[in-house]
Design a protein around this ligand. Structure first.
Ligand code: PRX
Length: 629
């Protein structure tokens, strides 16, 4: 088999050393998953591993009772000197929590939340930066059986408002402010607008993080430190399929979808993959660079590593502020052992010289969220890992809860940019539109042929979309991922990109339909098309092509402002180009033709108004800003 074999030194000490793990899982998937489940603590054992009687609503560990907070905290609290969380603020403030301290904090917050009316079945939105209170809030909710909805702090008030309303959250935990690139961001003000828009929130709990002046509604708002109540809070005995959290993600429609995850299946999935893929042990310090508000933050900065008993590092600020190489500073300072990040960040730090730092503690690296190109992978392997640190390129989605395809770092040869093989316990196929497997090297639809413990329970309040998006194309039992991929001669998988109208920017999913609808709300815009343009650092940027009544800087800035206001800075367009007419096929805007003209310098033959391609042909693929063609 081709590829770079895992360094022997690493393989010798890894959690997984027996290559028969693949065949064992294949022969008996129930036993495979149950073995991992058995390493967690259950209040009552499950009666049935898998129930597919109501497909495509699959349930795992049916009848089992457990608590995620108990598994992540109480189990390790006995080791009183063991650190659970290391936090670094953007201003270089530092805080650590031992597992025992975390246990106490989670209990006191859980008591406090109960005192304001949060209980089993409540829905609690968390709109918070990367601070320890974010993790404590998640675990306190989990402890009392409240479902949390974490909203990435960079989302605009409008985006947050939509998520709060759609999830019908009655409580919000937020902070006064936080620091980003040296600026104090007034989060409470954004939260107030979101709460007003949603109209569902009864109480707002506010963490004093930055000390900025905030408006306080005495009837509704309460300081976090004022609700804390000392003493033990018994962990609720929860059904395995009790909803642990909802995470919103973009699909091909304009509105984000609320992906609902279970307690038992989800926890088993992230625990098992933290052990096999991230090779985590208690003495590891893992730095997952994603914000807590994304699925990667949930699964591999909180629930996975803490269920193992490792130390997690979280950082509040921008990874390139105030110094573009701060990432290496942090790894060096704390002796990070497992570094899990996105290709965008790797591209950003490629201008740094890793040899200036002592980063020899790193023993495993991982990437997620977007394709990594071979050159970037090789730089990471050679310059950062010094050819002694394996890299796992993990493929998964918000909907899958945890890793699905990846190398097992001690066993699988690495091929730069490939995501490796389906993990043990998963059945993957690449299918043509008719549902037949394609041959090696042929591109097809990536599909998961059998449900697995971390698969979402449903989409919040939207059964029809749940069935239609994921379980219609190939029937009720085969999960359609929405990604194109191919397999090579060794069965290693290579991700090509999304099949739907979703763009991946710095590892975040943005719906192009949503962007187009936002732009269309500006009165001057007559027609618009949003596409992804390749970008050296971010992977992709949004390109907006519009026909407008008064094309120019002013209208362009209106679009930028509206997108930032309605979604957040992450969706800021890289290029806005005004044209007199958009290329069309029969009545429909030909997105592919726009892309081909700019990036491939090709004139698509199926366009009915070919003259529209000429201005686009002259545009440089690297052009950014607002232009009139
Ligand atoms: O297109 C795939 C891409 O990210 C999508 C999932 O996005 P999201 O739900 O936001 O979750 C991101 C973190 C898990 C997938 O459909 N993707 C994810 N991992 C990879 C990837 N593309 C290429 N390589 C990966 N390793």
């Amino acid at each position: 088999m081709n590829g770079i074999y895992p360094p022997k030194e690493f393989a010798r000490q890894a959690n997984i050393r027996d290559p028969t793990i693949y065949s064992r899982a294949h022969e008996n998937w129930v036993e495979f998953w149950e073995e991992f489940a058995g390493e967690l603590e259950w209040f009552e054992p499950w009666e049935k591993f898998f129930d597919d009687s109501k497909a495509p609503f699959f349930r795992f560990f049916v009848g089992g009772k457990l608590n995620a907070s108990y598994n992540c905290v109480d189990r390790h609290a006995g080791k009183k000197n063991k650190i659970a969380i290391i936090w670094e603020g953007e201003n270089r403030e530092k805080r650590t929590y031992t597992y025992y301290q975390l246990f106490r904090e989670v209990n006191t917050l859980a008591n406090g939340l109960k005192s304001i009316g949060v209980g089993k079945g409540s829905r609690v939105a968390i709109y918070m930066p990367n601070i320890p209170e974010g993790i404590i809030s998640m675990l306190a909710c989990a402890r009392i059986g409240a479902t949390h909805i974490y909203i990435f702090e960079g989302f605009s008030a409008k985006s947050a408002g939509f998520r709060i309303k759609d999830s019908r959250a009655e409580f919000l935990i937020t902070a006064d402010g936080y620091y980003r690139r040296g600026n104090l961001i007034d989060l409470k003000e954004k939260a107030d607008r979101a709460v007003e828009q949603a109209g569902t929130i009864k109480k707002v709990v506010v963490v004093k993080r930055a000390g900025n002046d905030v408006e306080f509604d005495e009837n509704r708002d309460i300081w976090y430190h004022e609700i804390l109540r000392k003493g033990h809070c018994e962990a609720e005995i929860l059904d395995s399929n009790h909803p642990l959290f909802i995470m919103y993600t973009s699909g091909s429609t304009a509105e984000p979808k609320g992906v609902v995850h279970s307690t038992g299946g989800y926890l088993v999935h992230v625990y098992a993959t933290s052990k096999t893929v991230l090779d985590l042990r208690e003495d590891d310090i893992i730095w997952t660079t994603a914000s807590l508000g994304w699925i990667t933050g949930h699964s591999y900065a909180v629930y996975g590593p803490l269920s193992i008993g490792s130390t997690v590092l979280i950082y509040e600020g921008a990874p390139d502020y105030p110094d573009k190489c701060r990432t290496f500073d942090i790894i060096e300072e704390y002796g990070v052992t497992v570094f899990y990040t996105v290709p965008t960040l790797v591209r950003m730090i490629q201008t740094c010289d890793p040899s200036e730092y002592d980063i020899s503690t790193v023993r495993l690296m991982g990437t997620v969220g977007e394709p990594i190109e071979p050159e970037t992978w090789i730089w990471l392997y050679r310059e950062v890992g010094r050819e002694r640190v394996p890299i796992v390129n993990t493929w998964w989605q918000t909907e899958t809860g945890g890793h699905v395809i990846s190398q097992i770092p001690s066993l699988t040869p690495m091929k730069p940019a490939s995501v490796g093989k389906p993990l043990p316990g998963f059945e993957i196929a690449i299918l043509d539109d008719g549902g037949k497997p394609v041959k090696p090297f042929e591109i097809g639809n990536l599909a998961i042929m059998r449900p697995f413990p971390g698969i979402m329970l449903e989409l919040n309040g939207d059964t029809r979309s749940y069935v239609r998006f994921y379980w219609s194309r190939y029937g009720k039992r085969i999960y359609y991922t929405g990604d194109y991929a191919y397999a090579d001669e060794d069965g290693h998988i290579w991700i090509v990109g999304r099949a739907d109208d979703v763009l991946n920017i710095s590892g975040h999913r943005i719906s192009l339909t949503e962007i187009e609808q936002i732009a269309m709300e500006i009165p001057e815009i007559r027609e618009v098309s949003a596409i992804g343009l390749p970008d050296r650092v971010k992977g992709n940027v949004i390109g907006i092509f519009a026909v407008a009544e008064n094309p120019g800087k002013e209208t362009g800035e209106k679009i930028v402002k509206k997108v930032e206001n309605d979604i957040g800075k992450i969706a800021r367009p890289g290029l806005i180009a005004f044209v007199s007419e958009l290329p069309k096929t029969s009545g429909k805007i030909a997105k592919r033709a726009i892309y081909d003209a700019i990036v491939g310098k090709k004139r698509s033959s199926y366009v009915v108004n070919p003259e529209t391609l000429e201005p686009l042909m002259k545009l440089k693929p690297s052009e950014r800003g607002i232009v009139v063609l």
